[in-house]
Design a protein around this ligand. Structure first.
Ligand code: 9UX
Length: 67
C-alpha cells in the first residue's frame, strides 16, 4: 500500500469532502479529506493504480490537486 497526502484547492462547501471521498472509493482508493486543512490523504495499491490516476479523478470533479 502506498500512502500520500496532497493539497486540494476548490472545496467550497463541506459536501465537497463526500464528493471527493466517494469518487475515490469508486476506483478502489481509500481517501480521507480534511476540509479545514485542504488536504486529501490517500491509501492505494500501487500495483493497480498510479498517483496520476487518482489526481485525474479529483480534477474531473472540478478540484485542483497538487502533491
Ligand atoms: Mo458544495 Mo462542493 O454545494 O463539489 S459539494 S461546493
Amino acid at each position: 500500500m502506498q500512502e500520500v497526502k496532497m493539497k486540494v484547492d476548490g472545496m467550497t462547501c463541506r459536501s465537497c469532502v463526500k464528493s471527493i471521498e466517494g469518487s475515490l472509493e469508486q476506483i478502489g482508493v481509500e481517501g480521507k479529506v480534511d476540509f479545514d486543512e485542504g488536504t486529501v490523504h490517500v491509501q492505494y495499491d500501487e500495483s493497480k493504480l498510479q498517483l496520476n490516476d487518482i489526481q485525474e479523478v479529483i480534477r474531473s470533479r472540478g478540484y485542483e490537486v497538487t502533491n
